[in-house]
Structure formats: C-alpha cells, structure tokens
Design a binder for this molecule. Structure first.
Ligand SMILES: Cc1cc2nc3c(=O)[nH]c(=O)nc-3n(C[C@H](O)[C@H](O)[C@H](O)COP(=O)(O)O)c2cc1C
Length: 323
C-alpha cells in the first residue's frame, strides 16, 4: 500500500526557502499528515547538479513527502522524475508533484511554473511523459494556480488535461499568476475544479486558523487542505486544525512553547545544513515565531546579526519570561 493511501487531508505546502527537512518534520509532528518539498529543477537533476540533492533529501520524521519538480520539457521532466523516484537524492519519495503555479519571473518568464497554465496541451504532454516514466503505483500530483490572469482562467482546462494524462490528485491554489499573493484566494473556483475532475483536489490559499480550515473543507468539496504561509513560525496551526477535524479543540501555544519550538526548529536545521547556513536562514522563521511577543522587536537586529545557535538561544530565552 502506498504511503498516501488513504490520501492525506492535511498538507504542508511547498515553500522554497522554508519547507525544508526541519520544517516538514516539525509540521508533521504537529499534525500535518504529508508535505511537498521545495521545488527542484528538472534540468538540474538531469544534469546531475549536486546542489539539488539536499532539496530532495527526506528523513523518516517528516512522514510522507512528495518531491516537486519544475520544468517545461516533457522528456527532461520524465527523466528527472524517474531519477528522483529511484532515490537519486538518497531517499525514495512518497510521490512526485509537478509545479504548474510558480509565479516568480525567473521561472514563469522561462515558460515554467505558472506559465504552463497558458498551454493545456503542453501540460498534458508533461504529465503523460512523467506518468509513463514512474512506477505504476507511485502517486503523481500537479500543483496549479487558477490561470495566468483573471481574463485567462485556464485552471479547469488544465485540470482536465492533467487528470486525463494520469495525475492522481491535484493541489489548487486559488490565485492567478498575475495576483501573485495579493488579494484573497478564490475558493469558488477551487470548488469548481473539485466538482469537475475525477480525482481528489486539495485546496490551498489563505487558511490561517482552524475555523477557516473547517469552513473551506465543507464548502469547497475538496478532499483536503494545503497550508503554507500560515504555518511559518506557527506549526501549531496543524495541531489546531487536526484537533478541529476530530471535533476537538487544541490549546494555543504558550510563550514558552513558541520559543522552545523556534529553537528546536533551528537545532533540526543545523543538524541538516550546518550551523552557519541554518542560523542565517532561520532569521525569517524566528521573526515569525516571535511576532507580537513582548521584547521581540528589540532583539530582532541582534538575532539577524547572530551567527551561532548559542547566540540565538541567549537572545530568545528571555522572551519566555516577559510579562
Ligand atoms: C516563500 C514561498 C515559497 C514558495 N515556494 C513554492 C514552491 O517551491 N513550489 C510551489 O508549488 N509553491 C510554492 N509556494 C506557494 C505555496 O505553496 C502556496 O501555494 C501559497 O503560499 C498559498 O498558500 P498559503 O496561503 O497557505 O500560503 C511558495 C510560497 C511562498 C510564500
């Protein structure tokens, strides 16, 4: 039986620069049933660029993880997918995901990510080629935005094309490429996709609390939810939503728990990437963990200048005692 059977309902979103091994393991411990890796360039995998290997490394505490590929050439995507599925990065993923949503100019300007939404026929060919290159039982998902612009809302056509090509399930973020992250996610269009395709849809966009999670699930007809920014500095959100799905109520994190979790997160990142890189990369996460806490603003500059775990711990620890 696949690690994704039954298909998880609560997912941590792929977030380049955030959803690494340390964050995925922490969110899984809190209640995220599964996650998707940061995006990995298919071309880089095929060219055996060693820098991509850490992006695809998965450790047991993370639970099921899909590795996400971006690219636009069906044959390159297929070759990269076969390599990743075969354990090229040191571990075999629970499945593969194809990025058809990234809006950043470096990717979309190159015809990749969200630019694919303008060409449903190419989307079909990419998914068909990747599907054919993977073991039959390995799940293959696609992560979509709604289209290039509001005037070019192609998600239904693309969703139908990629499911016809063999996608096992879909993630749908309720924004167009032009919207980037502005405005509110359009859950009505997500619901329309969920109603139209024969595979499960996981809805994504702006879920930041348990009440919203329950409402989105019941109103959209989605099989599950994917959460990104809401979990940055707040992995407790998964505990709250998982409890709500069971009809229970989880306690909000205490000040001590927030600081302890921020430090545990940093220790896990250090174990994975080394102290120098992990401390530098942790700044934005620590800012999120401590947002709104008394004394947090006053230490931000010092945290941003810190280069060791000991310095960060010494700065954060007093926050647990602030009134
Ligand atoms: C910093 C950042 C990095 C992201 N990186 C990726 C990525 O690598 N692949 C992807 O499919 N989506 C990526 N996304 C989009 C998220 O997966 C998600 O679709 C989006 O943030 C909306 O969900 P949210 O409102 O829960 O954050 C990224 C988003 C952010 C904010």
């Amino acid at each position: 039986m696949s690690a994704l059977s039954p298909l998880p309902r609560l997912w941590l979103a792929p977030m380049a620069g955030y959803s690494d091994t340390a964050m995925r393991a922490l969110c899984h411990r809190m209640g995220a049933e599964a996650s998707v890796s940061e995006m990995i360039s298919a071309k880089a995998v095929v060219y055996r660029d060693k820098k991509t290997v850490p992006l695809g490394r998965i450790t047991p505490p993370e639970g099921p993880v899909l590795l996400q590929l971006f690219g636009k050439e069906p044959s390159v995507m297929a070759e990269a997918a076969a390599l990743l599925a075969g354990g090229y990065c040191g571990s075999v993923p629970a499945g593969l995901d194809i990025n058809m949503g990234c809006p950043v100019p470096k990717i979309a300007g190159n015809g990749e990510g969200s630019a694919l939404l303008r060409d449903p026929e190419l989307c079909y060919r990419i998914v068909a080629a990747v599907r054919a290159a993977l073991p039959k039982e390995l799940p293959l998902s696609v992560k979509l935005r709604l289209g290039w612009t509001r005037e070019e809302l192609t998600v239904l056509r693309v969703a139908e094309a990629v499911t016809a090509a063999g996608a096992s399930f879909l993630f749908v973020h309720g924004r167009t490429r032009a919207e980037m992250y502005a405005g509110k996610a359009d859950w009505e269009t997500i619901a329309a996709v969920a109603a139209a395709v024969p595979v499960p849809v996981i809805g994504n966009g702006d879920v930041g609390d348990a009440a919203t999670a329950l409402r989105r699930l019941s109103e959209s007809g989605c099989h599950g939810l994917m959460i990104g920014r809401g979990a940055v500095g707040n992995p407790f959100l998964f505990r709250e939503i998982a409890a709500a799905l069971r009809g229970e109520c989880a306690p909000p994190p205490t000040r001590e728990e927030r600081i302890e979790t921020a430090l545990a997160h940093l220790r896990a990142a250090i174990a994975d990437k080394g102290e120098g890189i992990a401390v530098r990369e942790s700044r934005k996460q620590i800012a999120a963990y401590t947002r709104g806490m008394t004394g947090a603003a006053a230490i931000r500059g010092a945290v941003n200048a810190a280069t060791t775990y000991a310095e960060v711990a010494a700065l954060l620890s007093p926050l647990t005692e602030a009134p």
